[in-house]
Design a protein around this ligand. Structure first.
Ligand code: TMP
Ligand code: ASP
Length: 255
């Protein structure tokens, strides 16, 4: 493979220099991590699944006018994206109590929230992505008040749209994490959705059975992670040219 400049490597993705200025290649790895990398395994095919699921969701969001960094998918594991200046915040949107919210406020997992709640965490692995308020964000200059307003408005639109999209395929969108960046074009700057939206960064529960179809399967050893992600992809109508390695596809039986 020809060498190219690696710009950034995270736990589940690598960013490479793109073919044209202002572009990057986002590569999805098979690494699954949880609890700030304390638990770490390779899950065959996860990168391929997340690349396709995130592509699908970003394209649908683009159709309703949510500006985002996605340009096009390049291959099984990579997509071409616009280079943005990442705002160092993890924006979490919650519809139903689960995970750290349940732990923090003593709410039973599965309790519907009175309304959708948006939380901000400061993106810093060394600190364990601590939750922060708008006061911290503006005082430390991570984002301005108008940028926070834009991020809140976009996050709630994304939530409304994705809740409907997932209900349509029998899945409850419990919560999810998104990231935003600043995209500069000529003298203009606009806030765009960046990073990924995949079962790594969402909680997705089957509406009928409440089965988890997201990274909690890995976090809490509930079964085969790739099987859960494949089910999400299948329901979204994503079909693969070639099955991800290790998957048990249909077998032709000769009689
Ligand atoms: P939490 O309940 O653990 O705070 O997670 C809320 C949502 O954010 C959940 O859908 C998982 C997602 N998430 C990430 O994508 N990355 C992270 O590092 C964490 C902690 C959560
Ligand atoms: N993404 C974080 C990690 O890799 C935490 C998580 O998703 O649970 O450790």
């Amino acid at each position: 493979m020809k060498s190219r400049r690696r710009i950034y490597e995270g736990k589940a993705k690598v960013l490479y220099e793109g073919p044209e200025p202002g572009t990057l290649v986002q590569h999805f790895k098979d690494d699954a991590t949880a609890f700030n990398n304390k638990k770490h395994e390779q899950v065959d095919g996860k990168g391929v699944l997340n690349n396709r699921i995130s592509e699908h969701l970003f394209l649908r969001l683009n159709e309703i006018g949510i500006p985002n960094h996605f340009i096009r998918r390049l291959n099984m594991r990579e997509q071409l994206i616009r280079e943005v200046e990442i705002i160092p915040l993890e924006v979490i949107v919650r519809n139903i109590a689960a995970g750290s919210l349940s732990a923090r406020l003593g709410l039973d997992e599965g309790t519907p929230l009175p309304r959708s709640i948006v939380e901000f965490c400061f993106k810093d692995d060394k600190l364990g992505d601590p939750m922060v308020s708008e006061e911290h964000i503006t005082a430390f200059g991570w984002a301005s008040p108008p940028e926070i307003d834009e991020i809140m408005a976009l996050s709630l639109r994304i939530n409304d749209f994705l809740c409907g999209l997932f209900v349509g395929i029998g899945i409850r969108l419990v919560d999810f994490k998104i990231e935003f960046g600043r995209h500069f074009e000529n003298d203009m700057m606009r806030i765009v959705l960046a990073d990924e939206i995949s079962p790594d960064s969402c909680r997705l529960w089957d509406i009928k059975t409440e089965a988890k179809l997201d990274k909690d399967v890995f976090r809490h050893d509930l079964g085969d992670l790739a099987d859960a992600y494949r089910e999400v992809a299948r329901r979204l109508g994503i079909f693969f040219d070639a099955e991800p390695k290790g998957s048990a596809g249909p077998k032709l039986v000769k009689t």
